[in-house]
Each structure stands twice: as structure tokens, then as C-alpha cells.
Write a protein that binds this ligand. Structure first.
Ligand code: NAP
Ligand code: FE
Length: 334
């Protein structure tokens, strides 16, 4: 069977990489729609850095700064309308997976009239505002994926727009923006990235290229387990986690996610459990389940973490996640 690997996003890494590569933003367009969450981009220095480059390039911008966690379909339409009203011709997303995913849908909807019932059809033209992304959590890898995952109240879950037309053109990885990220979010997002790579290793669509990226990201994230647990990450470890999460994004851009993410969306929707944490609650049990049919594959994944049994992995996750939420039998049946 032939395998495909595709990655159209240009990735630039390093401290100060936005300012050092200002010409790349200059080529994006005349007026940016900057998409952020409510607070963090203003507090961690990323928004100021982006605006400084836009001003130096004499590019205009407007800011849509009300993306909530697990962004809704309504938020995507509101951002797209704002982009149209202001004649924005490119998009810059700054933040975690929520602003990045919302920005992809806005870039699509700003150029194409798509009814809500057709939003997840997968049928779109290639006419989408070009996008540059600045991730400020190390987890989702959304800066290098073709997925925009939106809270869908009608379906009572989270639903993905998945199309190559919404790959960002540029991703700027600067770990300095993560220095003030809480350990709760740091741990949840690191587990999200780990889950992407583990699920990618177990996907039918895995290839030798996606396996190489997945194993490198698993190794890097596992090298931070102890510091995550002790809440003592160094600057270099934050850089490793950011790099690892982008690698894991490249993995799922090619393999997709599997049962862990599919089940995790319900935990987020019904129980308001953070996305990465929801995956973490399910990941060890999933690995144990798959071990029966794919023992070699699971052994390879565990060896990347310097572990020899799923049980050991389970206790690492327990240490990182703390006390688990409980779900009643009634809720499970629902
Ligand atoms: P998030 O919802 O984007 O952000 C979580 C929290 O962290 C927010 O309160 C945010 O504040 C704050 N924050 C972000 N960066 C910060 C920083 N540098 N310093 C301090 N606080 C910061 O969480 P996420 O886990 O990154 O993203 C989750 C979303 O991504 C979910 O909707 C999930 O479905 C999606 N996802 C997408 C993909 C994909 O391939 N597209 C893959 C996995 C997950 P502000 O709100 O103020 O910014
Ligand atoms: Fe995820």
C-alpha cells in the first residue's frame, strides 16, 4: 500500500523568530486579522511582538480577541464577519489551539459563503485567507494541521473542519511566550501532544516518516515527565515541548487521531474537561487495549519513553493528572 506524507507549512523556530523574519509577514498581505484569546497574548509578549513587526512593515491590522476555550461555530462566523467588515486580507493567530482553530475557520468563512449545515462537509474551494500562526501552548500542533475543531452544540460534541485548504502558511515557534504558562495547562497540553504522537503511531495511516516524527516527539516529551511532575521545567525543556508538539502536529496532519481523541471530545463537551486532560484520562487504557493486537507497536512506543509496561505509563499519567474525575454509570450510558 502506498503512503502519503504532506506538510505545506513553513516552520520558523527560535527566540525572537518573528522579528528576525519580518519579511515573511510582509509578504502575507496588507491588512491582518489578528485572532487571540481574551488575555494571554496581551500578557506574554507575543501580541506586542507581532504588532511591532506589522508596524515596521507598514501593514494594517484589526484584532479579534474574544476566542473562548473550545471555540464555537458562532465564534468562527463572528470572526469571519469581522474580517470581512474590515477588509482583512490575511490572518495571524496567536494563542493555544482555541484561537488557532477558530482562526482557520474564520480564514475560510471570510472568503466563502458556507451555510452552517455545510460547514463540516469537507467541500470548499481553495479561496481562503492566508494564515500565519504563533502557538503559545505546546500541545495541539494546530500551527501545522489542516484541522479546525469547533464546539458543535447541535451535535453535542466537537466537530472538525478537515481540509488541506486551511493549512497555515507560516508557523513561528518561540518558547519565550510560554514562560508564564500555568503548570496545569503545560501538563494538559504536553499530554495532548503525546496523545497525538501515540495515536499517530497506532493509526492505519502511519508511515515511516510519521513514525520518525512521532517517536522523536514521544522521546522529547518523556524526557520532561519528571520536570513536569515537579513543576520545574527549564527554558530548554519548554523549547523541547514546543518542538515536540509541532512534530506531533505533523504526525496527525498525516495520520489523523484515533479513538482517544474521538472519546475525549465527549468528556470535554459533557464534563467540561480540558482537551489534553481528557485525552490523558483515556490514553493508558487505550494503549493497554491495543497492546493485545499490536504488541510490538506498543512496545516501541513505551521504549521511546524508557518504559517497559503499560502499567508504568499509567502511573506516569496518574502522577501528572492527579485525582481523576468520576463518571457515573448513567452518564456512561448516555
Ligand atoms: P486553549 O484553549 O487554546 O488555551 C488554554 C488556556 O491557556 C487559555 O486560558 C489561554 O488564555 C491560556 N494560554 C494560552 N497560551 C498561554 C501562554 N503562553 N501563557 C499563559 N496562558 C496561556 O488550549 P489548548 O489546549 O492550546 O487548545 C485546545 C483546543 O485545541 C481545543 O479546542 C482542541 O480541540 C484543539 N485542538 C486542535 C488540534 C488541531 O489539530 N487543530 C489538535 C488538538 C487540539 P487566553 O484564552 O487568554 O489566550
Ligand atoms: Fe488534541
Amino acid at each position: 500500500m502506498s503512503k502519503l506524507y504532506y506538510m505545506p507549512t513553513k516552520v520558523i523556530m527560535g527566540n525572537g523568530c518573528i522579528a528576525a523574519n519580518s519579511g515573511l509577514l510582509a509578504d502575507m498581505g496588507k491588512k491582518a486579522l489578528i485572532v487571540t484569546g481574551r488575555h494571554s497574548a496581551k500578557a506574554n509578549g507575543s501580541l506586542v511582538d507581532v504588532i511591532a513587526v506589522l508596524n515596521a512593515n507598514k501593514q494594517e491590522y484589526v484584532i479579534f480577541d474574544s476566542v473562548m476555550a473550545n471555540p464555537t461555530i458562532e465564534c468562527a462566523y463572528a470572526g469571519a464577519a469581522f474580517a470581512r467588515e474590515n477588509s482583512a486580507d490575511f490572518v495571524i493567530a496567536i494563542g493555544g489551539g482555541s484561537p488557532m482553530d477558530a482562526a482557520k475557520a474564520m480564514a475560510l468563512l471570510a472568503r466563502q459563503d458556507i451555510r452552517e449545515e455545510d460547514l463540516f462537509s469537507g467541500v470548499y474551494s481553495g479561496d481562503v485567507l492566508p494564515m500565519a500562526f504563533v502557538p503559545t501552548t505546546a500541545g495541539t500542533g494546530s500551527e501545522v494541521t489542516q484541522y479546525s475543531i469547533l464546539t458543535n452544540h447541535k451535535a453535542e460534541t466537537k466537530t472538525s473542519i478537515a481540509s488541506p485548504v486551511i493549512f497555515p502558511k507560516l508557523a513561528f515557534l518561540d518558547a519565550r511566550y510560554m514562560e508564564g504558562l500555568s503548570y496545569t495547562t503545560t501538563i494538559n497540553t504536553a499530554i495532548d501532544a503525546l496523545s497525538h504522537s501515540v495515536e499517530g503511531m497506532l493509526s492505519n495511516r502511519a508511515s515511516t516518516i510519521s513514525d520518525s516524527l512521532a517517536m522523536e516527539s514521544i522521546r522529547l516529551i518523556a524526557s520532561c515527565f519528571e520536570s513536569l511532575k515537579n513543576r520545574s521545567l527549564t527554558r530548554e525543556q519548554r523549547e523541547s515541548l514546543l518542538y515536540a508538539s509541532t512534530l506531533a502536529g505533523m504526525v496527525i496532519a498525516n495520520t489523523g487521531t484515533t479513538a482517544v481523541h474521538a472519546m475525549g471530545y465527549s468528556l470535554t463537551y459533557y464534563k467540561d474537561i480540558d482537551h489534553g486532560r481528557a485525552n490523558g484520562l483515556l490514553l493508558a487504557a487505550f494503549l493497554g487495549f491495543v497492546e493485545k493486537s499490536l504488541p510490538d507497536r506498543v512496545r516501541t512506543i513505551l521504549s521511546g519513553m524508557k518504559l517497559s509496561a503499560v502499567k508504568e505509563f499509567s502511573s506516569v499519567l496518574e502522577d501528572l493528572l492527579g485525582e481523576k474525575e468520576s463518571i457515573s454509570m448513567d452518564e456512561k450510558i448516555k
